[in-house]
Write a protein of this length. Structure first.
Length: 188
């Protein structure tokens, strides 16, 4: 492994990459499909090659940006908060975490919806899931796919359970208090 530093200060493995993979992304044209190697046969039908590399959405269709959006975001243009988890014990004590409509994945990895980055005893991904059903206004907690246990009000959680205002959720070394925003008095 030969580490190299680009002009922008990024380090990368020059045995794997010809140029900095971080800088190369900024220069990439994601709207076109580009071949990695040139085709061997020069008599390749030019019309087919152009159609394959310059495909555009059909008239009347929307471009799919690869993201699935919740029903609130479709109707309101936003993904509004429906509740919060507040860390009352553990490394992230005092920090609050927004709960959005539908499923919210909890873990310590930064890409999780609710990221407990300070607690090394929380699984990196999918330790638990908090869901809000916009049709009936019910919040639930669901144990994740991790090895770590989830506790709801000091009871082990093995199946989805409804949660209510003030419930305490424990994951790893963290305790989180649940505070709903959407309830029988208000909903988006």
């Amino acid at each position: 492994m030969t580490m190299k530093r680009c002009n922008n200060g990024h380090f990368y493995d020059s045995d794997k990459y010809k140029q900095c993979p971080y800088c190369g992304i900024a220069n990439m044209d994601a709207s076109r499909t580009m071949p990695i190697v040139q085709p061997r046969e020069p008599e390749l039908d030019t019309a087919v090659a152009v159609a394959a590399t310059e495909a555009t959405p059909l008239a009347g269709t929307q471009k799919d940006d690869g993201k699935t959006i919740g029903i609130f975001q479709k109707t309101k243009g936003i993904d509004p908060v429906v509740g919060w988890l507040v860390c009352i014990e553990g490394p992230d004590k005092g920090k609050d975490f927004r709960i959005k409509s539908e499923r919210n994945f909890i873990g310590r990895d930064a890409h999780m919806d609710i990221s407990l980055t300070g607690d090394q005893s929380v699984s990196r991904e999918n330790h638990a899931i908090i869901s809000f059903n916009p049709k009936n206004g019910v919040f639930r907690i669901i144990p994740g796919e991790s090895r770590g246990l989830v506790y709801l009000n000091d009871d082990e959680l093995f199946a989805p359970a409804e949660i209510e205002k003030g419930d305490i959720i424990e994951l790893g070394g963290s305790k989180l208090k649940f505070i709903p925003f959407c309830d029988e008095g208000f909903s988006w």
